[in-house]
Each structure stands twice: as C-alpha cells, then as structure tokens.
Design a protein around this ligand. Structure first.
Ligand code: DC
Length: 209
C-alpha cells in the first residue's frame, strides 16, 4: 500500500501524512527533508543553491545523518531547498532513495506514505492512493505564521505570505517534476478544515479506494 501526498507549502501535508501512516501502520517519508538537507549543505559549503553543479554535488553526498539535523525547518533553508529542487541532477540523485523507500519500507511496514511535490506524478506514479492537499494562500500563510510565532520567531505575516508564494511559484514553474496534481489525484482542500477534520476526510478517501 503506497499513499502519495502532494501539495504546496504549508498545506498540512506533513501532519496529515504522519497521522495516516501511524493509523494504518505504514512507514512515513517526508521527501521535502531530502531537498532541505541538500539546500542546507549547499549553503554551508558557501555555494549558491541555484548553482546546478554545486547543488547536484551536495545531493549525491547526502548522508542519513543530514536528515536528522534540527535546523532544516527555517524559511532560509526552505528557499534553498526550493532552488536546489529545480536542478534536474538533484532530482535524479534523490529519486532512487525515495522509490526504494516506497518499495521496501523500513521496519517491515506493509506500505508507505510519502509526502512532497511530485510523489503522485514522478516518484510513485502507481501509488494506490494519491492526495493533493491544498488550502488558500492566506490560510496556509496564517498557519505557518502562527507556527513560527509559537516557536518564538520574530515574524511578519505579509513576509511569510510573500515567501510562501515565491516558493510555490518556483516549485510550480520548474521544468522537471513541477508541483502539480497527478491526473488521478484526489483534491483535498483544507482551507476550512482543522487537522482532525482533514484526517477524517483523508481516511474516508483511502477507505473508499
Ligand atoms: O515540503 P517542504 O516544504 O519541506 O519542501 C521544501 C522544498 O523542497 C519545496 O519548496 C520544493 C522541494 N521539494 C520538491 O521539489 N519535491 C518534493 N517531493 C519535496 C520537496
């Protein structure tokens, strides 16, 4: 059983994917972390995330412990991740790991939930269920804004909204594996749903499949 969950930034994919995986006893992979860790490595090497050769080199050099870093959730790293993710060589370097996780989930799990931007279209085109999770720009920015505020960050809502739109526009317009729903994906708009309601709807969709 493979469940693909795609969608734009801060749509609630991660929370939803984690809950689905726990509920159904499936393994969970946050594929955004691979791009974030690559972006972080590029920044630390003092290179430009838009430098294709530097980005590809860091993607191939990625190690499991890079994914466990506590500092991958910042907006600076998110922007770097979005930039490196537009490099075809980076996507190629990270593809096998994601497909292998889906085909052979760790710890004997009987399937996997992967969340990202291109899971239903490129990584797992044969997934059993494909969800495309969205919410309005304002709702997504508000959620992200609150999350940042709660973590003690000094943030401005308008800036959060602007950065999120910039990242989504880049993710949607890149030439390779852009952010878009697979033809057979089911759209789940969480603008008016809290986490519990989104989870209930998603489970309903999965059970019907
Ligand atoms: O899901 P996230 O916000 O952690 O992802 C960070 C960036 O990584 C996102 O802006 C685009 C890229 N990404 C991608 O291109 N493909 C994926 N499957 C997951 C993330």
């Amino acid at each position: 059983m493979i469940i693909a969950i795609d969608g734009p930034a801060a749509a609630g994919k991660g929370t939803l994917a984690r809950r689905i995986a726990a509920d159904l006893g499936l393994a969970y992979l946050d594929t955004g972390l691979l791009y974030r860790a690559t972006g972080k490595r590029v920044l630390e090497a003092g290179a430009d995330p838009e430098d294709a050769a530097a980005a590809e080199q860091q993607a191939w050099a990625l190690e499991p412990r890079d994914l466990e870093r506590p500092d991958l959730r910042t907006d600076t790293v998110a922007q770097a991740a979005s930039k490196v993710s537009a490099v075809p060589g980076v996507r190629a370097a990270l593809l096998d790991f994601q497909r292998n996780f889906a085909a052979h989930p760790p710890a004997g799990a009987k399937g996997a939930v992967l969340d990202g931007r291109d899971i239903g279209t490129v990584v797992c085109p044969d997934a059993d269920v494909k969800l495309f999770v969205t919410a309005s720009d304002e709702v997504r920015a508000e959620r992200r804004f609150k999350e940042l505020q709660e973590s003690g960050a000094d943030v401005i809502y308008a800036r959060v909204l602007e950065e999120m739109r910039e990242r989504d526009a880049r993710d949607r317009s890149r030439a390779v594996a852009p952010l878009e729903p697979a033809e057979d994906a089911i759209l789940l708009d969480t603008s008016a749903l809290n986490a519990d309601a989104a989870f209930a709807k998603a489970l309903d969709i999965i059970q019907k499949k």
